[in-house]
Structure formats: structure tokens, C-alpha cells
Design a protein around this ligand. Structure first.
Ligand code: SF4
Length: 386
């Protein structure tokens, strides 16, 4: 499926958080004081070791430690985890491997000079911080624990040590206005991190946020305002020198995330930890059980801790359309025809014709991609192309 056969990714999921943000539907559990970090980390390492055959063809590997909140992990264990992951990745490829990007997700509350020194020394070369907003009222409205002052302190500590930083931004927050979003963007562009991920707040099923909306205690942002917010984010970041290379991701030139790009380019990745997903780069997807205790017991006892599915030809084609359209480069039509046949290319372009005419899609140099106008309707457009 992918032309970059020697690339690969390893994702390690740290499924604990200090508290649960009201919009979050990722699998994580609230970390209690007696949480057995050592056992958890040893289980992650054991799973990666067991699955090292899935890494053997990878020569350029990105490592991403995400969550949950990996910055809650005691730093000594984080150092051990990175060093063991590096050893396993290197030996799987008989030493002929380049570990390109090593990302750690952090929450501002956990960023101290002492922690950041250890993260750097452990080999982390990219830090992604969940900021979301620089307005304290908005942060409280979604259950975030930090405030804007803490973000500034944390950023300063990270900036002194790391040359590649990502900040997460959210728009469409309860009570957020174009003015308050503009103030947050002022700070983001002033700080000028190498990468910014900007997401629209989603009302996912079974989250506290959705329950509060259904009870009438939170008002969902009106669709026109959401579109105006997206346009503001896009325009302000473009003017500040960022390129939107994926629906929600902006980077200064040369700082596109290698790990995230792997997901959209069909590169194989191995995910370890409860609820982590994996893809073999061809047609096998697998995902671990979403239960920390059951996961640890299964790995310790050598039992199966995952489900898997084999994608059909139709699902692989749809996957290419979906992931291709998420990126600014779009779908390579020539490669699409090579992989799926002339009839599939003709069908895709037939379905795209009206949306090309209406300005939601564009076709440049044999690449089919979303226009800025199309990005806001991407889910509907992608389904229409299936
Ligand atoms: S810190 Fe991140 S993973 Fe944890 S609850 Fe909040 S959004 Fe979800």
C-alpha cells in the first residue's frame, strides 16, 4: 500500500490521567496514588519485545509516547522505557535503523525543569503539549487542570531544551468567541512553536461534555461560528508562516510530524499498551483491549490481548481516499490507478466531479485534495467519494 516500505512507527500508550477532561473519549483511567508504574512500564516493554518481528523491516522509525498523560510517569521509568524501546527497535532491524523522531506528550502541569532535563537526556527530541486555550475560563469549562500562566512557564522550560515543540489548540469551546480565540492565537503565534495541532471540539458519545449539552447546561458552538473559527485559525497560522499539511495539523517548513504522517500515508506502525492500535502497512489492523488490568495480566501470562481485522479490497480503497484527503497533498491519482486499477480511478473522479465544480475539491498535477472550503465538510465529502 505504501511506497515508503522502510518507514515505520511505534506508538506507546500510557493510559492514565490525573483527572478526566469532560470532552475526552480516549481510553485512560484516573491515576490513583498506588498505581503500579513499574509493572505498567515493564508490561509495555514486554509487549514491544513480543511484537518485535513486526518491526524487523523498519529502517526509519518514529517513536511516539502518547496517552493518556505520559508526563505523569516517574522520570526514571520514562528513561527506562525510552531506552528499552530504542534497544528493541534497533535490534529488530539488526542495528541498521534510524530512530528519527521521539515524541512525548505532556500536560503543562507536569513540566518542571527537573522533568524536562530527564526527558531530554532520555532521548526525547519532540514534545507535544496539550494547551487547548490561553483563556482560563475556557480551560475550566472543558475540565483542564492548567491555566494560561502555567502554559507560559511550561513553554519557557521546554523551549530552553527542545528544538521541536507542538502545541495543541482547540476551537469551538463552550463560551469561546472569535475575540477570545484571536487572543489565544496571538499567544500561539508569538510563542511560535514548530508545530500546532488545531482541533474543533467534538461532542463524542458517552462523554460528560455531551451529557451536559443534552441537559442544556452547555451550549454547542453554532455551525457558522465554528466555520468562522476554523477560517480564523487557518488564516492566522498561514500568515505566521505555518503550512496546513493535514486537516488539523500545521507546521513550520520541515517540521511536519513524521509519526502522524505515517498514519495518513499507510506506513506500518506497532502500537503497544491498552487500547493501542496497529497496522501492518498492508491490510491487517489490530487493537489492544481497553482495560489496564486485563491488559497487564494478559501480557504477563502470554495470553492474547488484542482483536484484529483484515481489510477487504473495498476497505483498503476507502482507506486510501480517507487518509489521502486528510492531507494537503491529497490523493495521488496515478498511484491510485496503479494500485486499484483504471476503473477505480474513473469512478473516483466521476464521484468527485460535482464537488470539483462547486469548489470543495481541487485537482492539481494529478493530486485530488480538499480546498479550504472543503475542509469544513471533509467527513461528508469523503463518504460521498466511497
Ligand atoms: S489529559 Fe488528555 S487523555 Fe487525559 S482526559 Fe484529558 S484529554 Fe483525555
Amino acid at each position: 500500500m505504501c511506497d515508503c516500505v522502510n518507514r515505520g512507527g511505534v506508538y506507546i500508550h500510557v493510559a492514565v490521567c490525573r483527572s478526566k477532561c469532560i470532552y475526552c473519549d480516549f481510553y485512560s483511567e484516573v491515576c490513583h496514588s498506588g498505581f503500579d508504574w513499574e509493572r505498567y512500564v515493564k508490561t509495555l516493554v514486554a509487549e514491544l519485545e513480543l511484537r518485535s518481528c513486526g518491526l524487523s523491516a523498519m529502517r526509519e522509525v518514529s517513536l511516539y509516547i502518547g496517552g493518556g498523560t505520559p508526563s505523569l510517569m516517574p522520570v526514571g521509568l520514562l528513561r527506562f522505557l525510552v531506552s528499552e524501546a530504542r534497544r528493541i527497535i534497533m535490534s529488530a532491524g539488526s542495528g541498521d535503523v534510524r530512530l528519527t523522531e521521539v515524541t512525548l506528550e505532556v500536560n503543562p502541569d507536569d513540566v518542571t525543569a527537573v522533568n524536562a532535563d530527564v526527558w531530554l537526556d532520555a532521548g526525547i527530541n519532540r514534545v507535544s503539549m496539550g494547551v487547548q486555550s490561553m483563556n482560563d475560563k475556557e480551560l475550566r469549562s472543558i475540565g483542564r487542570r492548567h491555566d494560561a500562566k502555567k502554559v507560559m512557564e511550561a513553554y519557557s522550560i521546554l523551549r530552553q531544551r527542545f528544538g521541536n515543540l507542538n502545541l495543541d489548540l482547540m476551537f469551538g469551546l463552550p463560551g469561546q468567541t472569535l475575540e477570545s480565540l484571536s487572543s489565544t492565537l496571538d499567544v500561539f503565534t508569538e510563542l511560535h512553536p514548530e508545530h500546532i495541532s488545531a482541533y474543533s471540539l467534538m461532542y463524542e458519545e458517552r462523554t460528560a461534555l455531551t451529557r451536559l449539552r443534552d441537559l442544556g447546561r452547555i451550549k454547542e458552538t453554532d455551525e457558522n461560528l465554528s466555520v468562522a473559527m476554523f477560517e480564523m485559525v487557518n488564516e492566522r497560522l498561514r500568515k505566521a508562516g505555518y503550512m496546513r499539511y493535514e486537516i488539523s495539523n500545521y507546521a513550520l517548513p520541515g517540521f511536519e510530524s513524521r509519526h502522524n504522517s505515517a498514519y495518513w500515508e499507510g506506513v506500518p506502525y506497532v502500537g503497544v499498551g491498552p487500547s493501542a492500535h496497529s497496522f501492518d502497512g498492508r491490510r491487517c489492523r489490530r487493537w489492544n483491549i481497553s482495560d489496564i488490568r486485563a491488559y497487564m495480566l494478559a501480557v504477563e501470562n502470554g495470553e492474547k490481548c488484542h482483536e484484529e481485522e483484515m481489510l477487504s479490497d473495498k476497505e483498503i480503497t476507502e482507506e486510501r481516499i480517507m487518509t489521502g484527503l486528510r492531507t494537503a497533498k491529497g490523493i495521488d491519482i496515478v498511484r491510485f490507478e496503479n494500485d486499484f486499477g483504471k476503473a477505480a480511478r474513473v469512478e473516483l473522479l466521476d464521484k468527485a466531479a460535482s464537488m470539483l465544480g462547486e469548489g470543495y475539491l481541487k485537482l492539481d498535477y494529478n493530486r485530488l485534495s480538499l480546498t479550504d472550503k472543503g475542509v469544513m465538510l471533509s467527513d461528508d465529502i469523503i463518504v460521498d467519494l466511497f
